[in-house]
Design a protein around this ligand. Structure first.
Ligand SMILES: [Zn+2]
Length: 187
């Protein structure tokens, strides 16, 4: 199989810059106030490759320069590292990735963002990150971030209406199997 590169779009709000972050490494920051609901970052496509492409050397990427996402068990996507890569985690985030497709990233302001505030998101919304000791320093800090946080009802309540579609799907699946179990129990 020939690997293919999906058309890449990278759009960034002009009020974003990269700076050293008090949370971790480099972060994305707002230079001016941003209103809730405004789009901040829109990235689509990238280099799509399989595990075999990687193992056989058909694809060779310098890891430090790409942001890699897992599309499925055997399919990966890499985009050049830019603002979307430098979004740190906060338990009290101001932005959420509301993309509706696995090969897109679309960060939207979830609440008002002040000038010089760091753009953050809650990594648990994407069910991927494990953080043993969170450094977000917010009042709402959960301390430890796990890949199962999305299953907490307080978590689902908090982000209701803003949950990424992947998480919504997983919640529906869990609810459906709970219903089935209940029905089986009743009959
Ligand atoms: Zn935290």
């Amino acid at each position: 199989m020939q690997y293919r590169t999906e058309p890449v779009t990278m759009w960034f709000d002009r009020r974003l810059v990269l700076r050293p972050s008090p949370i971790q490494g480099i972060g994305t920051f707002a230079t001016e106030p941003i209103q809730p609901g405004e789009m901040l970052i829109y990235v689509t496509g990238g280099v799509v490759f399989t595990a075999e492409d990687w193992q056989t050397g058909r694809i060779s990427l310098v890891g430090d320069l790409y942001n890699q996402a897992i599309l499925s068990e055997n399919l990966f996507l890499a985009t050049p590292k830019a603002f979307h890569y430098y979004i740190n985690h906060s338990c009290d985030p101001n932005a959420i990735d509301q993309s509706q497709h696995p090969t897109a990233t679309q960060y939207v302001a979830w609440r008002a963002i002040a000038a010089n505030e760091e753009i953050t998101t809650d990594y648990a919304l994407y069910g991927e990150a494990d953080i043993a000791v969170c450094g977000c320093q917010s009042r709402l800090c959960r301390g430890q971030i796990t890949t199962d946080d999305w299953q907490l009802s307080a978590f689902q309540q908090r982000y209701r209406g803003a949950l990424p579609w992947r998480i919504e799907q997983r919640i529906h699946q869990v609810n459906r199997s709970n219903e089935t179990n209940q029905q089986n129990h009743e009959t």
